[in-house]
Design a protein around this ligand. Structure first.
Ligand SMILES: Cc1ncc(COP(=O)(O)O)c(C=O)c1O
Length: 454
Protein backbone atom coordinates (compact mmCIF):
# COMPACT_ATOMS: atom_id res chain seq x y z
CA UNK A 1 0.00 0.00 0.00
CA UNK A 2 2.71 2.50 1.04
CA UNK A 3 2.56 6.25 0.95
CA UNK A 4 1.05 6.55 -2.51
CA UNK A 5 -1.75 4.00 -2.43
CA UNK A 6 -3.35 5.08 -5.70
CA UNK A 7 -0.22 5.96 -7.68
CA UNK A 8 -0.89 3.18 -10.19
CA UNK A 9 -4.39 4.50 -10.87
CA UNK A 10 -4.38 8.26 -10.57
CA UNK A 11 -1.63 10.85 -11.06
CA UNK A 12 -0.05 11.83 -7.75
CA UNK A 13 -0.55 15.51 -6.97
CA UNK A 14 2.89 16.74 -5.93
CA UNK A 15 2.36 20.50 -6.18
CA UNK A 16 -0.58 22.89 -6.08
CA UNK A 17 -2.29 22.66 -9.49
CA UNK A 18 -2.56 25.97 -11.32
CA UNK A 19 -5.99 25.17 -12.74
CA UNK A 20 -8.84 23.19 -11.32
CA UNK A 21 -10.25 19.97 -12.71
CA UNK A 22 -13.85 19.33 -13.73
CA UNK A 23 -16.09 18.29 -10.85
CA UNK A 24 -17.34 15.18 -12.69
CA UNK A 25 -13.80 13.80 -13.01
CA UNK A 26 -13.08 14.44 -9.34
CA UNK A 27 -16.35 12.84 -8.30
CA UNK A 28 -15.59 9.77 -10.42
CA UNK A 29 -12.29 9.26 -8.60
CA UNK A 30 -13.90 9.82 -5.23
CA UNK A 31 -16.66 7.32 -6.00
CA UNK A 32 -14.18 4.70 -7.21
CA UNK A 33 -12.03 4.99 -4.10
CA UNK A 34 -14.99 5.02 -1.72
CA UNK A 35 -16.55 1.98 -3.36
CA UNK A 36 -13.32 -0.01 -3.26
CA UNK A 37 -12.57 0.92 0.31
CA UNK A 38 -16.10 0.33 1.61
CA UNK A 39 -16.51 -3.05 -0.03
CA UNK A 40 -14.96 -5.16 2.79
CA UNK A 41 -17.39 -3.91 5.41
CA UNK A 42 -20.35 -4.93 3.29
CA UNK A 43 -19.19 -8.53 3.74
CA UNK A 44 -19.53 -8.13 7.52
CA UNK A 45 -15.94 -9.20 8.20
CA UNK A 46 -14.66 -6.05 9.88
CA UNK A 47 -14.36 -5.71 13.66
CA UNK A 48 -15.59 -2.33 14.93
CA UNK A 49 -14.91 0.71 12.76
CA UNK A 50 -18.14 0.81 10.73
CA UNK A 51 -20.91 0.95 13.29
CA UNK A 52 -24.11 1.31 11.29
CA UNK A 53 -23.20 0.29 7.77
CA UNK A 54 -26.77 1.02 6.67
CA UNK A 55 -26.37 2.79 3.34
CA UNK A 56 -29.78 4.41 3.49
CA UNK A 57 -29.05 5.71 6.97
CA UNK A 58 -25.74 7.17 5.73
CA UNK A 59 -27.42 8.73 2.69
CA UNK A 60 -29.96 10.38 4.99
CA UNK A 61 -27.25 11.67 7.35
CA UNK A 62 -25.20 12.97 4.42
CA UNK A 63 -28.21 14.88 3.17
CA UNK A 64 -28.67 16.39 6.63
CA UNK A 65 -24.92 17.13 6.81
CA UNK A 66 -25.05 18.91 3.47
CA UNK A 67 -27.47 21.51 4.78
CA UNK A 68 -25.08 22.67 7.49
CA UNK A 69 -21.64 21.39 6.40
CA UNK A 70 -20.43 24.95 5.73
CA UNK A 71 -21.94 26.40 8.92
CA UNK A 72 -19.61 27.36 11.76
CA UNK A 73 -21.46 26.63 14.96
CA UNK A 74 -19.42 29.24 16.81
CA UNK A 75 -21.69 31.70 15.07
CA UNK A 76 -24.81 30.79 17.01
CA UNK A 77 -26.55 34.01 16.04
CA UNK A 78 -26.39 32.84 12.42
CA UNK A 79 -27.09 29.19 13.20
CA UNK A 80 -29.37 28.86 16.23
CA UNK A 81 -30.27 25.40 14.88
CA UNK A 82 -26.91 24.20 16.27
CA UNK A 83 -28.01 25.28 19.73
CA UNK A 84 -31.19 23.29 19.28
CA UNK A 85 -29.37 20.18 17.98
CA UNK A 86 -26.66 20.27 20.62
CA UNK A 87 -29.10 20.80 23.49
CA UNK A 88 -31.38 18.02 22.31
CA UNK A 89 -28.51 15.57 21.73
CA UNK A 90 -27.34 16.22 25.30
CA UNK A 91 -30.88 15.87 26.65
CA UNK A 92 -31.42 12.54 24.86
CA UNK A 93 -28.06 11.16 25.99
CA UNK A 94 -28.66 12.29 29.57
CA UNK A 95 -32.05 10.60 29.47
CA UNK A 96 -30.48 7.38 28.14
CA UNK A 97 -27.90 7.48 30.93
CA UNK A 98 -30.47 8.17 33.65
CA UNK A 99 -29.61 11.75 34.53
CA UNK A 100 -32.17 14.11 33.08
CA UNK A 101 -30.57 16.87 35.15
CA UNK A 102 -27.05 16.31 33.76
CA UNK A 103 -25.35 18.92 31.58
CA UNK A 104 -22.99 18.32 28.71
CA UNK A 105 -21.02 19.38 25.69
CA UNK A 106 -20.63 17.95 22.23
CA UNK A 107 -17.04 17.20 21.28
CA UNK A 108 -15.20 16.07 18.18
CA UNK A 109 -14.85 12.46 19.34
CA UNK A 110 -13.92 10.08 22.11
CA UNK A 111 -10.43 11.47 22.60
CA UNK A 112 -11.68 14.98 23.30
CA UNK A 113 -14.44 13.60 25.52
CA UNK A 114 -11.79 11.85 27.62
CA UNK A 115 -9.36 14.75 27.78
CA UNK A 116 -11.84 17.36 28.96
CA UNK A 117 -12.83 15.56 32.17
CA UNK A 118 -9.15 15.29 33.06
CA UNK A 119 -8.78 19.04 32.66
CA UNK A 120 -11.85 19.48 34.83
CA UNK A 121 -10.39 17.15 37.47
CA UNK A 122 -7.10 19.03 37.47
CA UNK A 123 -8.80 22.41 37.78
CA UNK A 124 -11.14 21.22 40.54
CA UNK A 125 -8.11 19.75 42.32
CA UNK A 126 -6.26 23.06 42.02
CA UNK A 127 -9.12 24.87 43.68
CA UNK A 128 -8.66 22.45 46.55
CA UNK A 129 -4.94 23.01 46.75
CA UNK A 130 -3.82 19.89 44.86
CA UNK A 131 -0.73 20.82 42.85
CA UNK A 132 0.62 17.37 42.00
CA UNK A 133 -2.56 15.71 40.72
CA UNK A 134 -2.84 12.05 39.86
CA UNK A 135 -5.54 9.98 38.19
CA UNK A 136 -6.09 6.29 38.85
CA UNK A 137 -7.28 4.04 36.03
CA UNK A 138 -6.91 0.40 35.04
CA UNK A 139 -4.28 -0.50 32.45
CA UNK A 140 -7.07 -1.24 29.98
CA UNK A 141 -8.30 2.39 29.95
CA UNK A 142 -8.01 4.10 26.58
CA UNK A 143 -4.68 5.82 25.74
CA UNK A 144 -6.48 9.10 25.01
CA UNK A 145 -6.58 9.41 28.80
CA UNK A 146 -2.80 9.07 28.92
CA UNK A 147 -2.58 11.71 26.21
CA UNK A 148 -4.81 14.04 28.25
CA UNK A 149 -2.84 13.42 31.42
CA UNK A 150 0.36 14.11 29.47
CA UNK A 151 -1.00 17.37 28.08
CA UNK A 152 -2.31 18.56 31.45
CA UNK A 153 0.57 17.45 33.68
CA UNK A 154 -1.36 14.81 35.59
CA UNK A 155 0.35 11.66 36.86
CA UNK A 156 -1.29 8.45 35.67
CA UNK A 157 -1.42 5.62 38.19
CA UNK A 158 -2.21 2.38 36.44
CA UNK A 159 -4.21 -0.17 38.38
CA UNK A 160 -4.05 -3.87 37.59
CA UNK A 161 -6.96 -5.83 36.14
CA UNK A 162 -8.32 -9.08 37.54
CA UNK A 163 -8.21 -12.40 35.71
CA UNK A 164 -11.64 -11.32 34.34
CA UNK A 165 -9.85 -8.30 32.75
CA UNK A 166 -11.69 -5.57 34.67
CA UNK A 167 -10.27 -3.10 37.21
CA UNK A 168 -8.89 -4.80 40.29
CA UNK A 169 -10.38 -2.74 43.12
CA UNK A 170 -7.64 -3.64 45.61
CA UNK A 171 -5.11 -2.30 43.16
CA UNK A 172 -7.19 0.84 42.54
CA UNK A 173 -7.57 1.45 46.28
CA UNK A 174 -3.85 1.03 46.88
CA UNK A 175 -3.05 3.80 44.37
CA UNK A 176 -5.52 6.45 45.53
CA UNK A 177 -4.20 9.18 47.81
CA UNK A 178 -5.02 12.77 48.76
CA UNK A 179 -3.69 14.04 45.41
CA UNK A 180 -6.00 11.80 43.36
CA UNK A 181 -8.22 14.14 41.37
CA UNK A 182 -10.14 11.47 39.48
CA UNK A 183 -10.76 7.78 39.01
CA UNK A 184 -11.63 6.36 35.60
CA UNK A 185 -13.51 3.22 34.65
CA UNK A 186 -14.75 2.02 31.27
CA UNK A 187 -18.06 0.72 30.00
CA UNK A 188 -16.82 -1.08 28.04
CA UNK A 189 -13.10 -1.23 27.58
CA UNK A 190 -11.61 -1.00 24.10
CA UNK A 191 -9.45 -4.14 24.37
CA UNK A 192 -11.99 -6.57 25.80
CA UNK A 193 -15.34 -4.75 25.69
CA UNK A 194 -15.83 -5.27 29.42
CA UNK A 195 -17.47 -3.13 32.08
CA UNK A 196 -15.19 -2.17 34.98
CA UNK A 197 -16.72 -2.42 38.47
CA UNK A 198 -18.23 1.04 38.19
CA UNK A 199 -20.42 0.62 41.30
CA UNK A 200 -17.34 -0.04 43.43
CA UNK A 201 -15.42 2.76 41.77
CA UNK A 202 -18.39 5.01 42.50
CA UNK A 203 -18.35 4.06 46.20
CA UNK A 204 -14.64 4.77 46.35
CA UNK A 205 -15.07 8.12 44.58
CA UNK A 206 -17.73 9.14 47.10
CA UNK A 207 -15.61 7.93 50.02
CA UNK A 208 -12.54 9.88 48.79
CA UNK A 209 -14.48 12.86 47.45
CA UNK A 210 -12.82 12.50 44.08
CA UNK A 211 -14.26 12.56 40.57
CA UNK A 212 -15.11 9.44 38.57
CA UNK A 213 -15.23 9.54 34.79
CA UNK A 214 -16.88 6.61 33.01
CA UNK A 215 -15.50 6.05 29.52
CA UNK A 216 -18.57 4.99 27.61
CA UNK A 217 -17.10 6.24 24.32
CA UNK A 218 -17.28 2.79 22.81
CA UNK A 219 -19.95 1.12 24.92
CA UNK A 220 -22.25 3.94 26.03
CA UNK A 221 -24.66 3.87 23.12
CA UNK A 222 -24.82 0.06 23.00
CA UNK A 223 -24.63 -1.12 26.62
CA UNK A 224 -27.35 1.36 27.58
CA UNK A 225 -29.92 -0.79 25.78
CA UNK A 226 -28.69 -4.07 27.31
CA UNK A 227 -30.80 -3.69 30.42
CA UNK A 228 -34.02 -3.20 28.39
CA UNK A 229 -33.09 -6.28 26.38
CA UNK A 230 -32.66 -8.39 29.51
CA UNK A 231 -28.84 -8.70 29.43
CA UNK A 232 -27.10 -8.54 32.82
CA UNK A 233 -25.19 -5.36 31.97
CA UNK A 234 -24.08 -3.85 35.28
CA UNK A 235 -25.29 -0.31 36.02
CA UNK A 236 -22.55 2.09 34.88
CA UNK A 237 -24.30 5.44 34.58
CA UNK A 238 -25.42 8.41 36.69
CA UNK A 239 -27.63 6.19 38.85
CA UNK A 240 -24.37 5.54 40.71
CA UNK A 241 -23.79 8.58 42.95
CA UNK A 242 -20.02 8.72 42.49
CA UNK A 243 -20.14 8.92 38.70
CA UNK A 244 -19.41 12.56 37.88
CA UNK A 245 -19.00 12.41 34.09
CA UNK A 246 -19.64 10.00 31.22
CA UNK A 247 -18.49 10.08 27.60
CA UNK A 248 -20.54 8.33 24.91
CA UNK A 249 -19.68 8.60 21.24
CA UNK A 250 -22.39 9.49 18.79
CA UNK A 251 -19.91 8.63 16.04
CA UNK A 252 -19.67 5.00 17.20
CA UNK A 253 -22.81 3.13 18.35
CA UNK A 254 -24.72 6.43 18.24
CA UNK A 255 -24.67 5.81 14.46
CA UNK A 256 -23.85 9.44 13.60
CA UNK A 257 -21.14 10.59 11.20
CA UNK A 258 -17.50 10.69 12.26
CA UNK A 259 -16.52 13.65 14.38
CA UNK A 260 -18.94 13.74 17.31
CA UNK A 261 -19.19 12.54 20.86
CA UNK A 262 -21.21 13.50 23.91
CA UNK A 263 -19.60 14.39 27.23
CA UNK A 264 -21.96 14.65 30.17
CA UNK A 265 -21.28 16.07 33.62
CA UNK A 266 -23.37 15.53 36.69
CA UNK A 267 -23.44 19.29 37.33
CA UNK A 268 -22.86 22.61 35.60
CA UNK A 269 -20.43 23.39 38.41
CA UNK A 270 -18.13 20.65 37.07
CA UNK A 271 -18.53 21.57 33.42
CA UNK A 272 -17.57 25.17 34.17
CA UNK A 273 -13.96 24.04 34.66
CA UNK A 274 -13.58 23.15 30.99
CA UNK A 275 -14.78 26.51 29.69
CA UNK A 276 -12.12 28.92 28.48
CA UNK A 277 -12.66 32.66 28.44
CA UNK A 278 -10.46 35.58 27.44
CA UNK A 279 -12.37 38.77 28.25
CA UNK A 280 -9.90 41.37 26.96
CA UNK A 281 -8.56 40.01 23.67
CA UNK A 282 -8.35 42.62 20.89
CA UNK A 283 -10.38 40.25 18.72
CA UNK A 284 -13.25 40.58 21.15
CA UNK A 285 -14.48 38.70 24.19
CA UNK A 286 -13.48 35.08 23.55
CA UNK A 287 -15.48 32.26 25.08
CA UNK A 288 -15.18 28.61 24.26
CA UNK A 289 -16.79 25.57 25.86
CA UNK A 290 -14.02 23.13 24.99
CA UNK A 291 -10.92 22.45 22.96
CA UNK A 292 -12.12 23.12 19.45
CA UNK A 293 -12.70 26.46 17.81
CA UNK A 294 -14.75 26.44 14.63
CA UNK A 295 -16.89 23.35 14.16
CA UNK A 296 -19.12 22.23 11.33
CA UNK A 297 -22.84 22.44 11.98
CA UNK A 298 -23.26 19.47 9.63
CA UNK A 299 -21.74 16.98 12.05
CA UNK A 300 -23.95 18.14 14.91
CA UNK A 301 -27.05 18.11 12.73
CA UNK A 302 -26.22 14.57 11.56
CA UNK A 303 -25.70 13.29 15.12
CA UNK A 304 -29.06 14.75 16.09
CA UNK A 305 -30.74 13.32 12.99
CA UNK A 306 -29.33 9.85 13.70
CA UNK A 307 -30.79 9.89 17.19
CA UNK A 308 -34.22 11.18 16.29
CA UNK A 309 -34.63 9.01 13.21
CA UNK A 310 -33.93 5.83 15.17
CA UNK A 311 -35.45 6.65 18.54
CA UNK A 312 -35.10 4.29 21.49
CA UNK A 313 -36.87 1.48 19.64
CA UNK A 314 -34.54 1.77 16.64
CA UNK A 315 -31.41 1.64 18.80
CA UNK A 316 -32.84 -1.22 20.86
CA UNK A 317 -33.60 -3.27 17.74
CA UNK A 318 -30.07 -2.86 16.37
CA UNK A 319 -28.59 -3.52 19.81
CA UNK A 320 -30.65 -6.74 20.04
CA UNK A 321 -29.03 -7.98 16.82
CA UNK A 322 -25.56 -6.93 17.99
CA UNK A 323 -25.89 -8.58 21.42
CA UNK A 324 -27.22 -11.78 19.81
CA UNK A 325 -24.43 -11.83 17.20
CA UNK A 326 -21.78 -11.24 19.88
CA UNK A 327 -23.21 -14.14 21.89
CA UNK A 328 -23.06 -16.35 18.79
CA UNK A 329 -19.45 -15.27 18.10
CA UNK A 330 -18.62 -16.08 21.70
CA UNK A 331 -20.15 -19.55 21.30
CA UNK A 332 -18.17 -20.06 18.08
CA UNK A 333 -14.92 -19.23 19.90
CA UNK A 334 -15.81 -21.40 22.88
CA UNK A 335 -16.55 -24.32 20.57
CA UNK A 336 -12.86 -24.43 19.58
CA UNK A 337 -10.92 -26.17 22.38
CA UNK A 338 -7.68 -24.31 21.57
CA UNK A 339 -9.32 -20.90 22.12
CA UNK A 340 -10.71 -19.04 25.11
CA UNK A 341 -12.76 -15.88 25.55
CA UNK A 342 -11.41 -13.12 27.82
CA UNK A 343 -13.90 -12.09 30.50
CA UNK A 344 -17.62 -11.90 30.03
CA UNK A 345 -18.31 -9.71 26.99
CA UNK A 346 -21.63 -8.37 25.65
CA UNK A 347 -20.71 -6.81 22.31
CA UNK A 348 -16.94 -6.97 21.83
CA UNK A 349 -15.53 -10.47 22.07
CA UNK A 350 -11.81 -10.79 22.87
CA UNK A 351 -10.21 -14.20 22.60
CA UNK A 352 -6.87 -15.89 22.62
CA UNK A 353 -5.35 -19.35 22.45
CA UNK A 354 -5.30 -21.57 25.53
CA UNK A 355 -2.01 -22.08 27.30
CA UNK A 356 -2.32 -25.83 26.77
CA UNK A 357 -2.55 -25.44 23.01
CA UNK A 358 0.68 -23.41 22.88
CA UNK A 359 -0.59 -21.82 19.65
CA UNK A 360 0.20 -18.28 18.53
CA UNK A 361 -3.00 -16.20 18.31
CA UNK A 362 -1.40 -14.03 15.63
CA UNK A 363 -0.94 -17.07 13.39
CA UNK A 364 -4.67 -17.66 13.92
CA UNK A 365 -5.16 -14.07 12.81
CA UNK A 366 -2.94 -14.50 9.76
CA UNK A 367 -5.34 -17.12 8.45
CA UNK A 368 -8.41 -15.05 9.31
CA UNK A 369 -6.85 -12.07 7.51
CA UNK A 370 -6.27 -14.24 4.44
CA UNK A 371 -10.03 -14.85 4.49
CA UNK A 372 -10.60 -11.06 4.60
CA UNK A 373 -11.52 -10.91 8.31
CA UNK A 374 -10.15 -7.78 9.95
CA UNK A 375 -9.89 -8.49 13.66
CA UNK A 376 -8.15 -6.11 16.08
CA UNK A 377 -4.88 -7.35 17.57
CA UNK A 378 -4.27 -6.92 21.31
CA UNK A 379 -1.27 -7.33 23.58
CA UNK A 380 -0.57 -8.10 27.25
CA UNK A 381 -1.92 -10.66 26.75
CA UNK A 382 -1.73 -11.31 23.01
CA UNK A 383 -5.28 -11.69 21.78
CA UNK A 384 -7.76 -10.59 19.13
CA UNK A 385 -11.08 -8.92 19.46
CA UNK A 386 -14.13 -8.96 17.26
CA UNK A 387 -16.14 -5.85 18.11
CA UNK A 388 -19.59 -6.56 16.72
CA UNK A 389 -21.27 -3.83 14.74
CA UNK A 390 -24.38 -3.81 12.59
CA UNK A 391 -22.72 -5.12 9.38
CA UNK A 392 -21.60 -8.23 11.30
CA UNK A 393 -25.21 -9.08 12.16
CA UNK A 394 -26.08 -10.07 8.58
CA UNK A 395 -27.22 -13.67 8.17
CA UNK A 396 -24.38 -16.12 7.54
CA UNK A 397 -21.54 -13.98 8.91
CA UNK A 398 -21.16 -15.86 12.21
CA UNK A 399 -21.32 -19.24 10.45
CA UNK A 400 -18.54 -18.20 8.08
CA UNK A 401 -16.54 -16.88 11.03
CA UNK A 402 -16.99 -20.14 12.95
CA UNK A 403 -15.81 -22.20 9.96
CA UNK A 404 -12.80 -19.94 9.32
CA UNK A 405 -11.88 -20.01 13.01
CA UNK A 406 -11.54 -23.80 12.85
CA UNK A 407 -9.41 -23.44 9.72
CA UNK A 408 -7.35 -20.72 11.42
CA UNK A 409 -6.51 -22.91 14.40
CA UNK A 410 -5.47 -25.76 12.07
CA UNK A 411 -3.25 -23.27 10.22
CA UNK A 412 -1.69 -21.99 13.47
CA UNK A 413 -0.90 -25.58 14.44
CA UNK A 414 0.65 -26.29 11.03
CA UNK A 415 2.76 -23.09 11.14
CA UNK A 416 3.66 -23.33 14.85
CA UNK A 417 7.15 -21.94 15.45
CA UNK A 418 7.13 -19.63 12.43
CA UNK A 419 6.73 -15.86 12.95
CA UNK A 420 3.24 -14.51 12.42
CA UNK A 421 2.65 -11.69 9.93
CA UNK A 422 0.03 -10.04 12.09
CA UNK A 423 0.45 -8.29 15.41
CA UNK A 424 -1.11 -5.84 17.85
CA UNK A 425 -1.30 -2.32 16.45
CA UNK A 426 -4.21 -0.12 17.47
CA UNK A 427 -6.45 1.13 14.66
CA UNK A 428 -4.17 -0.22 11.97
CA UNK A 429 -4.23 -3.18 9.63
CA UNK A 430 -3.69 -6.73 10.68
CA UNK A 431 -0.56 -7.74 8.79
CA UNK A 432 2.96 -6.52 9.32
CA UNK A 433 2.93 -4.99 5.84
CA UNK A 434 -0.21 -3.01 6.61
CA UNK A 435 1.14 -1.98 9.99
CA UNK A 436 4.41 -0.87 8.41
CA UNK A 437 2.62 1.21 5.82
CA UNK A 438 0.54 2.77 8.61
CA UNK A 439 3.76 3.57 10.46
CA UNK A 440 5.35 5.01 7.32
CA UNK A 441 2.38 7.29 6.87
CA UNK A 442 2.58 8.41 10.45
CA UNK A 443 6.31 9.00 10.38
CA UNK A 444 6.05 10.88 7.13
CA UNK A 445 3.04 12.88 8.24
CA UNK A 446 4.77 14.07 11.37
CA UNK A 447 7.86 15.03 9.34
CA UNK A 448 9.75 14.79 12.60
CA UNK A 449 11.50 11.56 11.80
CA UNK A 450 12.79 10.62 8.38
CA UNK A 451 10.85 7.73 6.83
CA UNK A 452 12.65 4.40 7.00
CA UNK A 453 14.57 3.56 3.83
CA UNK A 454 12.55 1.49 1.36
C1 LIG B 1 -13.23 2.82 25.08
C2 LIG B 1 -12.78 3.88 24.12
N1 LIG B 1 -12.55 5.11 24.57
C3 LIG B 1 -12.14 6.10 23.77
C4 LIG B 1 -11.93 5.88 22.43
C5 LIG B 1 -11.39 7.00 21.56
O1 LIG B 1 -12.36 7.43 20.68
P1 LIG B 1 -12.01 8.33 19.39
O2 LIG B 1 -11.27 7.41 18.46
O3 LIG B 1 -13.34 8.74 18.90
O4 LIG B 1 -11.16 9.46 19.82
C6 LIG B 1 -12.17 4.61 21.91
C7 LIG B 1 -11.98 4.33 20.49
O5 LIG B 1 -12.21 3.25 20.02
C8 LIG B 1 -12.60 3.58 22.78
O6 LIG B 1 -12.82 2.33 22.33
Amino acid sequence: MGLYPYADKYPVVRAFPEDGRPREAILREIEEMAETEDSPYHEGKISGSIYSGDEEHYAFLNEVFGHFSHANVLQRDMYPSATRFEGEIIAMTADMLHAPEAVGVLTSGGTESLMNPLLVARERGRERGINRPNVVMPVTAHPALLKGAHYFGIEVRHAAVTDRFVADMDSVRSLVDDDTVSLVGSAGTYPHGLVDPIAELSDLAVERDTLLHVDGCLGGFILAWGEDLGYPVPVFDFRLPGVTSISADTHKYGFGLKGSSVLLYRSAELRRHQYFIVPDWPGGLYTSPGMSGSRSGGIIAAAWAAMVTLGRSGYRAIAADIFATAAAVRRAVEAVPELRVLGDPFFNVAFTTTEDSGLDIFLVNDFLASRRWRMNGLQRPSALHFCITRPNTQPGVVDRFAADLVGAVAYAREKAGTPARSGAFYASGVTTEQITSGMEWWLDATQAVPAAPA
